[in-house]
Design a protein around this ligand. Structure first.
Ligand code: ADE
Length: 250
């Protein structure tokens, strides 16, 4: 079978998924590691941060490495007060929240590539298909995540996995007012900087995609501190879910 492309933005995110012997191929200054994840052929790559990096890598995984699907594994800021650091969100719908039209100092979001002008269709977002979601749910049965019981201010002894809306934009959200606005406007669970770009490219190229994000922070004023403090455990939780989800592409 053709390999699955596994993408992360940061070395900490991809490191948990590397195991066994890997063959490394350099393309455009990026290292693509061919190996196995959960017994299936995979190509693992660290993109660096942001939508353009994610788009370059997704294109290369599909064009050069003939990947049959792509999965992003990493961390995100939480937007939904019902969720805690350590919980994992899988994108049922992913939206580029920073593409659109600025009008009266407000951004009106459009689907990437659409003319963001008045009167044009402003529906947006990419959704995973129902069959893939059903297989993903099945594959996750009994998955074990690491709790954050020993960390003051972030007790989450029993982290959970939810399907939801993930927002993508080229800014790290370190602001409570913005967190609230994004949650109110999009009813979203998490915000990150690559996922919906991966989904856009994969959709255009006719390949399935999954976005897996463990919450490393809550996107407010403390998010930069939490992000660093919880990176080790949250990247591990994202990787645990990712290992399970590889089979959903079969
Ligand atoms: N990735 C992890 N935390 C994030 C945040 N607060 N904003 C954007 N991307 C993130």
């Amino acid at each position: 079978m053709k390999p699955i492309g596994i993408i992360s933005a940061l070395p900490e995110e991809i490191e948990h998924l590397k195991s066994g012997s890997l063959e490394t191929v350099e393309v455009c200054g990026l290292s693509f590691h061919k190996g196995k994840v959960d017994g299936r052929d995979a190509v693992l790559v660290e993109t660096g941060i942001g939508k353009v990096n994610a788009a370059i890598v997704t294109t290369l995984l599909i064009e050069r490495f003939d990947c049959r699907g792509v999965l992003f594994s990493g961390v995100a800021g939480g937007l939904d007060p019902a969720l805690s650091i350590g919980d994992v969100v899988i994108g049922k719908r992913v939206v580029q929240h920073d593409y659109g039209r600025l009008q009266n100092e407000k951004l009106i979001t459009f689907q990437p590539g659409a003319f963001p002008l008045p009167g044009m269709d402003s529906t947006h977002g990419f959704e995973i298909d129902d069959a893939l979601m059903a297989r993903a749910e099945e594959a996750l049965d009994g998955v074990a995540l690491k709790g954050l019981d020993d960390v003051e201010g972030a007790a989450n002894t029993n982290p959970r996995v939810v399907f939801g809306t993930i927002l993508t934009g080229d800014s790290f959200v370190n602001c409570e007012v913005t967190r609230q606005r994004l949650h109110d406007n999009f009813k979203a669970q998490a915000v990150e900087m690559e996922g919906a770009a991966v989904a856009q490219v994969a959709t255009q190229m006719g390949r399935p995609w999954l976005i897996v994000r463990c919450l490393s922070d809550l996107a407010g004023a403390e998010s930069h501190m939490d992000f660093n403090g919880f990176l080790s455990v949250t990247t591990e939780n994202a990787a645990s879910v990712t290992r399970r989800l590889v089979e959903a592409f079969d």
